[in-house]
Design a protein around this ligand. Sequence first.
Ligand code: PLP
Length: 361
Amino acid sequence: RLPNFCAGPAAMPTSVLERAQSELLDWQGRGLSVMEVSHRSKEYMAITDKAEAKLRTLMEIPDNYKVLFLQGGASLQFSAIPLNLLNGGRGDYLTTGAWSGKAIKEAQRYEALGLGKINLVATGKEDNFTTVPAQSEWNVSDDAAYFHYCANETIHGIQIFEPPQVDAPIIADMSSCILSQPIDVSKFGMIYAGAQKNIGPAGLVIAIIRDDLLGQASAWCPMLLNYEHQADKESMSNTPATYSWYLAGLVFDWLEAQGGVAAIGKINQQKADLLYKTIDESSFYHNPVDPQYRSIMNVPFTLADSSLDKVFLEESEKAGLLNLKGHRDVGGMRASIYNAVPLEWVQQLVDFMIAFEKKHA
Ligand code: PLP
């Protein structure tokens, strides 16, 4: 298996794939695959109960939060949030990059339907999403039903490490940073994350929501997007993404065996420090993000001479370093260094970058 720096779907821990492979055809000696089991069977429910319990332990999720295992990706949560929580009030949105930009755009549809008001608190667009606007300049509503932001902008490489200090319940898109370092869940009204970076395969989205935010959904809210309904049905209102859920459970086991979130957080910091140091010490590579907001999961960088981009990608691929092409909105390169990316892969990348610079600068 080669070092894979894909932003998502991202690298999975090899031992998880090996375990899944070992029981693919014959799960628990039952003569069938786990993907062929009824989601309502006792055996399958044991998997989902265990996965939830593991996640609760890993993230220290308080008892007054529900953990939902849903579908439709993080993008469908952009709709679910206003449909469940706007309730005729105001939704505050901070825009710090492409994904929080998409979230507010989707919410504005529900303002147009008369479900409430959507307020842009601030946007980093004028700075090309290289920093977070100063909180003193934010236009926060007095009475917001919720405050939405993206904790890690996967495309622009901006991470907000501590939740903003606002009165409204905070809703964080943690698709690309969940489980990457310890957080205090009790500071949030809701956390959601698409699975395909730090949780498991695509097809699953996890929503962690405080009990008091349930039960306010608009009459327009489709049943499958209704958090209270999904909580009542234990995320099994319809057939869930059973195989992705099973694999998420295996990833949680793996993370626990690594020493949990605090332990992986230390390694993540080392990986990010190594990569940013290499970029900063060179005039050949550049990362534009304000250092205090630099993501420890997604590191975009450009080459001083963009005509070398193609060569960099060809040579890196030849060297067995996969998926380093940057997002088209930002250009250049991007190394996504999620939990399943070991320090050695980042060291290999850094060695390649230094050698490439020597050869081409
Ligand atoms: N939010 C963030 C931060 C993301 O990185 C992504 C996808 O990469 C999404 C939302 C959208 O996720 P999905 O493709 O699961 O809808």
